[in-house]
Design a protein. Structure first.
Length: 107
């Protein structure tokens, strides 16, 4: 969502259509991830897949930033992506997001 706002802030009349569509894409993408994070906090298991996909995309993006003067960006993106994937796929998270957590003896 912040990338969408940053894109709007740097709009130029020579590339107005591209800037607006890019800003709209990043805004929708950010709002979608916020919705997924909110649903994960509410223990909705469907939100796990979009979050993992977004982090895999982020790892690919991190790979593209390696080298030159942007290696630090690559490291930050990669660490954040790996931490989120590890957290979402941790056994305790999987148990919390299960349709019927262990210990729930209701039939």
């Amino acid at each position: 969502m912040l990338l969408g706002l940053a894109e709007v802030a740097t709009l130029a009349s020579t590339r107005l259509a591209m800037g607006l569509t890019t800003a709209a894409f990043f805004a929708v993408y950010g709002v979608g991830l916020l919705l997924c994070a909110w649903q994960l906090a509410r223990r909705e298991s469907w939100a796990r897949s979009p979050v993992v996909l977004a982090q895999l995309i982020q790892l690919g993006l991190a790979w593209s930033f390696r080298g030159d003067g942007t290696t630090w960006v690559a490291i930050l993106l990669a660490v954040a992506g790996v931490v989120v994937i590890a957290g979402v796929l941790h056994p305790a998270s999987l148990e919390a997001l299960a349709d019927r957590p262990a210990g729930d003896e209701r039939v």
